[in-house]
Design a protein around this ligand. Sequence first.
Ligand SMILES: Cc1cc2nc3c(=O)[nH]c(=O)nc-3n(C[C@H](O)[C@H](O)[C@H](O)COP(=O)(O)OP(=O)(O)OC[C@H]3O[C@@H](n4cnc5c(N)ncnc54)[C@H](O)[C@@H]3O)c2cc1C
Length: 606
Amino acid sequence: MIYTAPLKDMLFDLKHLANIDAVAQIPGFEDAGFDTAQAVLEECAKFNEGVLAPLNWEGDKNPSSWHDGVVMATPGFKEAYQQFAQGGWQGLQHPVDFGGQGLPKTIGAFCGEMQQSANMSFALCPLLSDGAIEALLTAGSDELKAVYLQKLVSGEWTGTMNLTEPQAGSDLAMVRTRAEPQADGSYKLFGTKIFITWGEHNMAENIVHLVLARVQGAPQGVKGISLFVVPKFMVKADGSLGVRNDVHCVSIEHKMGIKASPTAVLQFGDGMESAKENGTGPGAVGYLVGQENRGLEYMFIMMNAARFGVGVQGIAIAERAYQKAVRFARERVQSRPVDGSIQASAPIIHHPDVKRMLMTMRSVTEGCRALASVSAAAYDAAHGHPDAEVRKQNQAFYEFMVPLIKGYSTEMSLEVTSLGVQVHGGMGFIEETGAAQYYRDAKILTIYEGTTAIQANDLVGRKTARDGGQTAKALAAQIAATESQLEKSGTVAGRSMAQRLKTGREAFIEVVDFVAGNTKASPNAVYAGSVPYLMLAGNLMAGWQMARAMQAAQEQLAAGVDTDFMQAKITTAQFYAEHIMSRIPGLRDSILLGADSVMSLALEAF
Ligand SMILES: Cc1cc2nc3c(=O)[nH]c(=O)nc-3n(C[C@H](O)[C@H](O)[C@H](O)COP(=O)(O)OP(=O)(O)OC[C@H]3O[C@@H](n4cnc5c(N)ncnc54)[C@H](O)[C@@H]3O)c2cc1C
């Protein structure tokens, strides 16, 4: 199963949409201009195409396994992980002070996409480590940073995120794991966490669990949750590993997809004999991150990074599915083309409907990639730009986009991977073909790190209603500016795009007014359309980036640069406008007019 990193498209986005050379003006990123980005991406492509991609299919056939508390990764994964760590890939975006390379997210996001395309099950492990690093950087004490960060950044140890419990999924207010303060300032944790990605494995020598728990006597609900570091093996004063902590993997799940990624049930403090013998006694030793009862706040920082990362997973799996579908469509011979251009059965890529499917897959993938890359650049500016006002604007932009990148890119990845199966016909339904794996793997993306509905709640509540729709309207104004530039281009594709953008923007404003005006007074009416709002906004924002891509490609075309690529970009953007953005008015109508039919059926009638 071949994977070829879409370097050309990535470099186009970096240069013309994310403006990497402007990112390189930010203090600390001086060496991260276009040439560095290109060199890093090319190296990254080699590793992912050559090492991780060939293991993806193996992971599906031969998932990670559990025996007596020990989890063995798919054969080949451990060696690949060592290569990954030695290559410095874990530290790409992390601070130089802790051994990282300190590159901007604008570059890191593309490397993340390649890893996820190559092997999503594998790449989840470093993604979770990224989250743990982010949490420690944000809220960890100097002491915690000194013990854990370097090892996590180097990839010698891996990180996990322990939120979910049997009764606490979307609703983290229900977390019950308890933390008992100890005389030495540490805590002992007791409880069960479920669905913990890479919660136990043999790829690295230690695992650093970031765990949400309640300190005895803490307030009820989300205001009483604290965040702890719980290492699998205790760390001695000299940094070497000590005894096993009282956290154990009770089982791993059998899943529909991402089978090589072990999804663990972790028991904290079950008083196992080993813990008693080790002298740590029952209870998993944990160290408070930041202050008591502020755990969810810190976890949200970690989750924002992880939500962006999961959105990128959606783009990545869509890219992989697209590449596979194109290869098949060129080879599979079936039926004469309707236009009579070939007087015999021809490769199915000649059929208009197959081209429609491939164009849908391609345009959505490129649109979502463009949105993620521009948002990554906003993240970098929000963190490092010297001007406070610029930082603030970029932070608002990034925060608005995170639920869209997570929600829209992953929902669309289901459409794309489903089309990938469809292009293959009956062979798509047969596992050996490989198209089905992408479809099965993609399904988790709309569920973990907050379901699509939870992303939509964030978009409605925090990102739209809270500021009365101000941020959304500011984005609409920027979209209007792109429209007028495109109108001036005078091309058919440009005018078509400008028209769709205008229709989409006006629908977006209507919905934003509706959401901002009614969330308090008629919450059911607004939340009945929350996911359609997320899909509308995601569709429009990705379309806006495709419009900018079209503009840039027209300029490059006029200058005679890489004309085949630029022409294809213009056509792909035009397709996005005419076939994907054209869905926006329907979404608007469902949101503004459709709440009654969502809500009115009595519960007994279901
Ligand atoms: C393979 C896998 C890996 C995972 N990895 C991790 C991990 O590493 N760490 C971790 O902590 N967790 C992990 N999870 C857990 C995951 O984050 C949760 O499954 C997810 O957040 C949903 O919670 P839930 O399963 O309890 O579903 P529920 O919360 O029970 O949701 C069920 C349905 O109700 C809807 N719903 C719930 N509340 C609302 C609401 N307020 N508004 C609208 N709709 C709502 C949901 O959208 C969903 O459709 C993983 C799960 C899986 C399956």
